[in-house]
Design a binder for this molecule. Structure first.
Ligand code: HEC
Ligand code: HEC
Length: 375
C-alpha cells in the first residue's frame, strides 16, 4: 500500500483535518478577538476550538496508533535526547509518531486550550450576559475583569507555544528533511514505523466531529440561538418611567440610564440650562418632572447595573464623572478604530448617535454580535 520509499503513512485524512481545525480555530479566534464587531466569529471559532480539543482528548485514549497518549514520549530524558540529536545529526532517522517535543506540545495545547475555552465560556456569561452561562452575569459580573485578564494571558501563552511548535516543524521539514510539515498535508512522513490503520468506527466518529464543527460555525455565526442569546431583553422605558421617556426622548432617542454613573446623571440633570448647547428650562421640563427623572435615573444608573457597559464604564472612569460617553476612556478605546469622517459620511450627526451603529440601544440592548456601521 505504500507507494513512497522511506515514508510511513502516519496521519489519516480525518486526523489531518482535525489538526488543521485545531490550529486554525485557535488562530482565528485569537485574531477576531481584536475586533468587537467580529465577536460572533470569535465565539464561533472559540467554541469549535473547544469541540475539537475535547475530541482530541478522547482520541488520545481511543484513537488509532500514533494518536494515543500511550505512544507519547513524555519523560525528560527523551526530550533531552530529541533536542541533542536534532542539533548534532542533520540526517537523523525519526520515529513515525509523536516525537518528544510534539508529545509535550500536544499536552500543552490540550491543557492551556481547555483553560482558555472554559474561561472564555464563563466570561461570555459574566461579562456579555449571553449564552448558556448568561445567568452568571447577575451575581458574578465583577469577576469579569480577572477572568478577562486570565483568558488573554493564557491565549498569548498558547500563541507563544504555537510559534515555537511551528519553528520546530519548519526546522524538521527543511533542515532535517523529515517531511514533518508535509506529513500534516499528505499524511506521509520520512520516518520509521508501521503504517497507521484506522477503523470504520473511528473514521465515523472523527468525521462526525468535523461535520459538527462546521455546523457550529454556521449556527453561531448566522443564527440567533441559545449560544448567543443575551440575558438582557428590550426594556420599555415608557412603562418604567413615562416622564423620563417622554421628556428625554424629545430631541434624541433614549440613552439607557445604566450607561452613566450616579454623579454624571446628577451633573446632567443639574445642568439642563446648558444641555449640550440646548437650553432646557422649566417650561420644557418642570421642576417636579426633573426631580422624578433624576430619582429614576439614580435607581437605574451604572452603579445599579450588571451590564457590561456599566461596569466597564465605571472601571475606566476612576474619579471622573462626565456627562457624555465620548469622554469615557472605555468608550474612546472601543471606538478609536472608527474614522471621524465616518460619522459625517454616514449621515450620523456625531458619535453620540449610538443608535445608528448599535441597534436597539434605545431599549437598553447592547449586543456585541449586532454592531454595524450603516452604509
Ligand atoms: C432640547 C433637546 C434635548 C432634550 C429635551 C434632551 N436632550 Fe439630551 N441631548 C441633546 C443634544 C443636542 C445632545 C448632544 C448630542 C446630540 O447631538 O445628539 C444631547 C446629549 C445627551 C447625552 C449625551 C450622550 C453622549 O453620551 O454623548 C445624554 C446622556 C443626554 N442627552 C441625556 C438626556 C436626558 C436624560 C434628557 C431628559 C432629561 C435629555 N437628554 C433631554 C438634546 C436634548
Ligand atoms: C459609527 C458607528 C458607531 C457609533 C456612532 C457608536 N459606536 Fe459603539 N461601536 C462601534 C463599533 C464598530 C464598535 C466595535 C469596535 C471594534 O471592532 O472593536 C463599537 C464598540 C462599542 C462598545 C464596546 C463593546 C465591548 O465589547 O466592549 C461599546 C460599549 C459601545 N460601542 C457603545 C457605544 C455608545 C454608548 C455609543 C454612543 C455614545 C456608541 N457606541 C456609538 C460603532 C459605533
Amino acid at each position: 500500500m505504500n507507494p513512497r520509499l522511506n515514508e510511513v503513512f502516519v496521519w489519516p485524512l480525518c486526523t489531518r483535518i482535525i489538526h488543521w481545525i485545531i490550529a486554525s480555530s485557535f488562530f482565528l479566534s485569537f485574531a477576531t478577538s481584536f475586533y468587537h464587531h467580529l465577536f460572533r466569529w470569535h465565539l464561533a471559532f472559540g467554541l469549535i476550538f473547544g469541540i475539537v480539543l475535547f475530541f482530541r482528548l478522547i482520541w488520545g485514549f481511543v484513537g488509532p496508533n500514533y494518536a494515543t497518549f500511550k505512544t507519547f514520549k513524555l519523560n525528560a530524558k527523551e526530550l533531552q535526547i530529541y533536542f541533542q540529536e536534532k542539533v548534532h545529526n542533520r540526517w537523523r532517522k525519526i520515529y513515525a509518531g509523536h516525537n518528544a517535543a510534539s508529545s509535550w506540545f500536544t499536552l500543552i495545547v490540550l491543557g492551556l486550550g481547555s483553560l482558555i475555552v472554559s474561561s472564555g465560556f464563563v466570561l461570555q456569561g459574566t461579562q456579555e450576559a449571553s449564552g448558556i452561562l448568561g445567568s452568571l452575569n447577575e451575581h458574578y459580573y465583577y469577576v469579569s475583569s480577572y477572568l478577562f485578564f486570565a483568558h488573554k494571558l493564557l491565549s498569548y501563552f498558547l500563541l507563544m507555544w504555537a510559534i515555537i511548535h511551528i519553528i520546530g516543524v519548519l526546522i524538521e521539514q527543511f533542515y532535517h528533511k523529515t517531511h514533518m510539515l508535509f506529513a500534516m498535508i499528505t499524511g506521509y512522513k520520512k520516518a520509521e514505523g508501521k503504517h497507521a490503520q484506522i477503523s470504520l468506527i473511528r473514521h465515523t466518529f472523527a468525521y462526525a466531529v468535523i461535520f459538527f464543527s462546521l455546523y457550529t460555525l454556521y449556527v453561531v455565526a448566522y443564527q440567533e440561538t441559545f449560544v448567543t442569546q443575551s440575558r438582557f431583553q428590550k426594556r420599555d422605558f415608557q412603562m418604567e418611567n413615562s416622564t423620563f421617556f417622554e421628556k428625554c426622548s424629545k430631541c434624541h432617542k433614549i440613552y439607557p440610564p445604566f450607561m452613566l454613573p450616579n454623579d454624571s446623571w446628577i451633573r446632567l440633570m443639574d445642568g439642563l440650562n446648558n444641555h449640550f448647547g440646548e437650553q432646557i428650562t422649566e417650561n420644557n421640563i418642570t421642576k417636579s418632572e426633573q426631580t422624578t427623572i433624576k430619582a429614576y435615573l439614580l435607581t437605574q444608573s451604572a452603579e445599579q447595573s450588571t451590564h457590561k457597559i456599566a461596569f466597564k464604564t465605571l472601571e475606566s472612569l476612576g474619579e471622573m464623572r462626565p456627562i457624555s460617553m465620548s469622554k469615557v476612556p472605555y468608550w474612546r478605546e472601543s471606538h478609536k478604530g472608527i474614522d471621524k469622517t465616518i460619522y459625517k459620511q454616514l449621515g450620523i450627526k456625531d458619535a453620540s448617535n449610538c443608535f445608528a451603529c448599535h441597534p436597539d440601544f434605545e431599549y437598553g440592548v447592547f449586543d456585541n454580535t449586532r454592531i454595524h456601521i450603516p452604509k
